[in-house]
Ligand binder design. Sequence first.
Ligand code: ATP
Length: 588
Amino acid sequence: MAMEYSKLVELYEELSRTKKRLEKTHIISEFLKEVSIDDMEHVMLLLEGRVFPSYDAREIGVASRLMLKSLSAATGISQNKIENEWKKQGDLGLVAEVLVKTKKQATLHSAKLTLKKVFDNIRKLAELEGQGTVERKTQLIAELLTSAKPLESKYIVKTILEEMRIGVGEGAMRDAITWAFFGKETGVSYTKDGNEIIVEDRDVYNKYLDAVQSAYDVTNEFAQVAKAAKSKGLKGLESIGMQVGIPVQAMLALKVDTIEEGFETVGRPCAIEYKLDGFRIQAHKDDRGNIKLFTRRLEDVTKQFPDVVQFVKKNMKGKSFILDSEAVGYSKKTGKYLPFQNISQRIKRKYDIGKISEDFPVEVNVFDIIYYEGKSLINEEFRKRRGLLEKIVKQEPKKIVLAKSKITSDKKEVEKFFKDAVNSGNEGLMLKKLDAPYKPGARVGYMTKFKAMMETLDLVIVGAEWGEGKRSKWLSSYAIACIDDDGNFVEVGRVSTGLKEKEDEGLSFMEMTRMLKPLVILEKGKEVKVKPKIVIEVGYEEIQKSPSYSSGMALRFPRIVKFREDKGAEEASTLDYVKKLYEGQKKS
Ligand code: ATP
């Protein structure tokens, strides 16, 4: 029997009553045991507040305005009234709950909503195009809201506006799947205070956990992982392989502070490469010749980079493969590399793609290969993977090249390489372990980064203020936040330095205002609160303790270094990290 949406709503509610990660894990795992294979995809995605896997380019695309309209259509209450209520409550989900509650007895009829119905309607929102779209979208939303109970409507609205947060990260989802389907094998439980996991045998537990994690790293869909675990157990998980066209989590780099530390981590000799200041592109080619490109956040950017598609098509030998690379912008005038900021606008661009690829050309620097001619290479040594690349990439400067690389055990040579790297516009260098496998999604010491710059923070904009005088049309002072242990965004200060007043000088107030305006969820006087979406890299003089901000920490003299278009809010710096830097600066 199809699952009712109210079941999922009960789960959301139950999860919202505890902050403890293990309790949340337990609640989800108990729930998953009861979910049928048919409902699994819907449950898993909606639990994460989405209807498409993270790598899917489709977006729900409903702004607050359209939601106001739909709420009005569903309840018969005027948009003005709803808007006033919204200003008071600051959250359209809560507004929906209240409105539906008051209206319920009077006019709305209430058929039971199935999970599938909610899921399908929300998906349809993303697929509509062309004339009459607004009306169709309003209908689809109103249809759900007229059948929804008050609490259901709250979660429907939050999901559609992409504001659902249940405070459960990927780690807890992975654990929940393990607990649900391998509870018996691992004997897992947790302490009464909810702080520690109890297992009979750590190795056995880790074996199952790793199998779930590995399956997730190559599919990026908990639904697929849970289905395999439920129907075919460990074997099912192990048989999930890489699929060309579906992005794999990128392997991340560990930061080292000295070259010596780099050597200690990756061994001697090691490979050294320039740390290019571009953005990561994972390029897939399947045996029918289709090419797909993904960012580090696994977003599909194939359409935005027709030039890169051509380079991959023309300059690579092989029927099917998955490459890891960095696309670096260069100046049309001088041919020199440009900082990431200059080309970052290409990532989100949906129009004038041809022109922008001509104006902001990129050179693809291939540095790894994880799949070739039908076989996964992640368990092969890095040295071998690089060797293969040298055979199959037909290098053509300003189009596609291999990342410049050297094998060395000599510190002096690394120092020289570092200087050359920085002088030619790179961020520093990478030191890579020669016999290491490729570990998707992991920040293990298989590759390390050694950078020239002082440590910066990646922070999320959660609020802003309308400026004064000539800045009155711009949101010009931004409230910036990091992530605490529970996944909440906590503020560490306000920043306005670093943006330009003229559009052609770099990231400007105008552009930032354009990006933030659609994200506004509450306005009070000059102050606005925005959906946490935009990540900026922020430099500062010092970190201090401070009661003025919700994190308890504050940045002194913060300045915006760049817009991190390649990062999602969930990838912002953590409060733990901010505290670590604070402690570190006391020592130095
Ligand atoms: P950062 O802010 O330092 O870029 P990050 O959190 O974005 O850090 P890290 O994994 O810590 O990402 O740093 C590695 C990143 O460096 C890769 O994601 C990739 O985009 C980039 N990079 C540049 N040159 C190379 C290279 N030669 N090999 C691997 N990664 C490279």
